[in-house]
Design a protein around this ligand. Structure first.
Ligand SMILES: [Fe+2]
Length: 300
């Protein structure tokens, strides 16, 4: 497998929220992100030493409006720009002012050719002035984002064949779990075949199994719908808990994940399409699980 680009990590997700105040309260008080910046237009929330991990922006309808990946070096970002240009994705460099505003050295954005989602690639992100101090659940990092896509084969071609993401596991024609190569996490992005292009879920990895159990009781106490779990995924070995944000977006806490070496990693496994793949403990998802907001089409 050829990898034309080297990615550092999934950097951020941006959600559009019709009730910004409700979403902000939820992500701060229930999920445990801290608010780094706030206005009537939106907010930056953190679970790391970076200035933002989740961006909320006000909008008339709920949606997933952007996903950002940090690249290893500026040379990789330049390679990315050239590659995206060859692929007719029309990448656009952000202006110096925009980069300062986003606290990165350099960044580009383009529309994912399959879903229309805005994708940002960037380098040189600043570190926040103060450390992230978790208020309750010890979130370790933004873990991954999972998209429902109408054309899984086309999405595979773009992310894997063209951009060089690595398949860790798959259920043929149904789901793929992808590494942002050479990031060691079993998946930073996953894709599911679906009837519409929507957000399936956003994941936050936690530091201890107690964080999953404690969160479950906090959700129950706050009447937050738990839509799957607690359970254990077969593909990644993660222990998980999924719950709904105010817009019905599934949000996941997970503990533990298989890690991959850069070289000589095991081959992708072809998994069976059955419920036990999603939870080896046997819990069943609520019908609302993974039925998140539409992907917002990016316009230049
Ligand atoms: Fe997940």
């Amino acid at each position: 497998m050829d990898h034309p680009l080297r990615f550092a990590r999934l950097g951020f997700c941006r959600l559009r929220c019709p009730d910004l105040a409700a979403s902000l309260t939820f992500y701060r008080d229930i999920v445990g992100l801290t608010v780094a910046r706030e206005s009537s237009e939106g907010a930056w929330l953190r679970c790391s030493d970076k200035p933002y991990d989740l961006i909320l922006e006000h909008g008339d309808a709920a949606g997933l409006s952007a996903v950002g990946f940090e690249m290893e070096t500026e040379a990789e970002l330049l390679n990315g720009f050239a590659l995206l240009t060859r692929l007719n994705c029309a990448p656009v460099w952000a202006s110096a002012k925009q980069n300062t505003e986003r606290q990165v050295a350099r960044s580009l954005r383009f529309a994912d050719p399959v879903t229309g989602l805005e994708i940002d690639f960037y380098v040189g992100q600043k570190t926040a002035a103060d450390p992230y101090v978790p208020p309750h659940t010890r979130i370790a990092r933004l873990g991954h984002v999972v998209l429902n896509v109408t054309d899984l084969a086309a999405a595979h071609d773009f992310w894997v064949n063209q951009l060089g993401f690595a398949v860790s596991d798959q259920v043929e024609g149904v789901a793929e779990w992808l590494r942002a190569w050479p990031n060691p996490l079993h998946h930073s992005l996953a894709l599911l075949q679906h009837s519409a292009n929507t957000l399936h879920h956003i994941n936050y990895m936690v530091s201890d199994i107690d964080d999953v159990g404690g969160a479950m009781n906090r959700m129950k106490g706050a009447d937050v719908p738990i839509v799957f779990g607690p359970g254990r995924h077969l593909p990644s070995t993660s222990i998980f808990l999924y719950y709904l944000d105010p817009d019905g977006n599934s949000t996941e806490f997970s503990f533990g994940m298989e890690l991959f070496e850069e070289h000589d990693a095991r081959d992708a496994r072809e998994l069976e399409h059955k419920a036990e793949v999603m939870d080896i403990w046997g819990s069943k998802p609520d019908p609302r699980f993974g039925k998140g907001s539409p992907i917002v089409l990016h316009h230049g």
